[in-house]
Design a protein around this ligand. Structure first.
Ligand code: SAM
Length: 240
């Protein structure tokens, strides 16, 4: 057996992404708020002294919700050298180490996020961020500050992912608008949640080659089951 490394989980992500469908494929594409909650003994506020001087953080985390660890040789699966990134339409293969695929030998995710604030309440320590691409409940294995002079490379080549994904226009059906009003007024749901929902949908979460204007897709976001359809460059939220 190849050598393995065991590393601790230091906390868990709490995000509105309750399922994988809809999660942006990279960080920093949407301003969606989430927080990490540290677990003992890493919930020591001293471990975060100085962190509020950084605007962005790197999160290292575990792809804990992979259907099968296709690329994890230690779980007895065969190493697959190539994957099919959704960005290439899902039908073109490319080397796994030339992608950010979740199916890789060490199922470790890496995401740059914007740091908002840290909150401490008795022994509970929460770090609020925006822009994360992590499923709710994702184990966090490390947090590091983003260092601008070193981590930002202005003219970097980014292969098949050179351009930011295009965004679609998001509109609301009359019914969905009415529901939104009710949720805001009666249930005190912050407007922010609906703005975040729009940003996520604008990235068009559908798998490649789905061009059925009649089809209603469902995305779970926060406590909502968002029903939407896609007509050309417009996404309509049909109901919540
Ligand atoms: N930014 C990270 C990276 O580069 O390592 C992740 C990139 S990966 C392409 C992003 C996708 O991982 C998301 O769209 C979501 O479908 C999936 N994902 C997020 N959290 C996950 C988890 N805990 N387990 C498995 N897959 C997850």
């Amino acid at each position: 057996m190849n050598p393995v490394v065991t590393i601790p989980i230091i906390g868990y992500m709490h995000s509105p992404y309750c399922e994988k469908f809809g999660i942006p494929r990279q960080p920093n594409l949407v301003q969606v708020e989430s927080y990490l909650e540290m677990i003992e003994p890493y919930n020591d506020i001293l471990a975060f002294e100085g962190i509020d001087e950084f605007s962005h953080l790197w999160l290292l985390w575990q792809f804990h919700d992979n259907k099968h660890q296709a690329n994890n040789t230690d779980a007895g699966h065969k190493f697959r050298a190539q994957v099919r990134p959704p960005r290439l339409g899902g039908n073109q293969k490319i080397g796994v180490f030339a992608t950010r695929s979740m199916y890789r030998p060490s199922p470790i995710g890496l995401s740059v996020v914007q740091f908002l604030r840290i909150e401490k309440l008795s022994n509970r320590v929460r770090i609020y961020v925006t822009g994360a691409d992590l499923l709710d409940g994702t184990p966090i294995v490390d947090i590091k500050p983003y260092i601008q002079y070193s981590d930002s490379i202005a003219n970097a080549l980014s292969g098949y992912a050179q351009e930011e994904p295009q965004r679609k226009q998001v509109i609301w059906s009359e019914m969905a608008l009415h529901q939104r009003q009710q949720f805001i007024q009666k249930d005190q749901i912050p407007i922010r949640i609906f703005n975040e929902m729009e940003q996520v949908l604008a990235l068009d979460p559908r798998p490649a080659y789905h061009e059925d204007a009649e089809r209603i897709y469902k995305m779970k976001f926060s406590q909502f089951d968002v029903n939407f359809k896609v007509i050309a460059n417009t996404i309509e939220i049909v109901k919540l």
